[in-house]
Design a protein around this ligand. Structure first.
Ligand SMILES: [Zn+2]
Length: 72
């Protein structure tokens, strides 16, 4: 079974579990697992950021309502 050095993990993995990427410094191998993990992390972060901005929006709306009530 042939392996290649994964620049992300700093370890060797079986080539079937890896993908060859072309970078500025040349062709490098990286495991699909780490690529998928990075992708999943980014999606989680995006979803989290979206959620936070929704909460902030809802909060500022309710704050605006409270301010209005106080003003009356
Ligand atoms: Zn790896």
């Amino acid at each position: 079974m042939s392996t290649a050095y994964c620049y992300h993990c700093g370890k060797h993995h079986p080539i079937e579990e890896m993908r060859q990427l072309v970078t500025k410094t040349g062709k490098r191998w990286r495991c699909i697992k780490s690529i998928e993990a990075t992708k999943a992390n980014r999606e989680t972060r995006d979803a989290f950021g979206k959620k936070i901005s929704e909460i902030n929006k809802a909060e500022s709306q309710s704050r605006a309502r409270i301010t209005l009530n106080v003003g009356q």
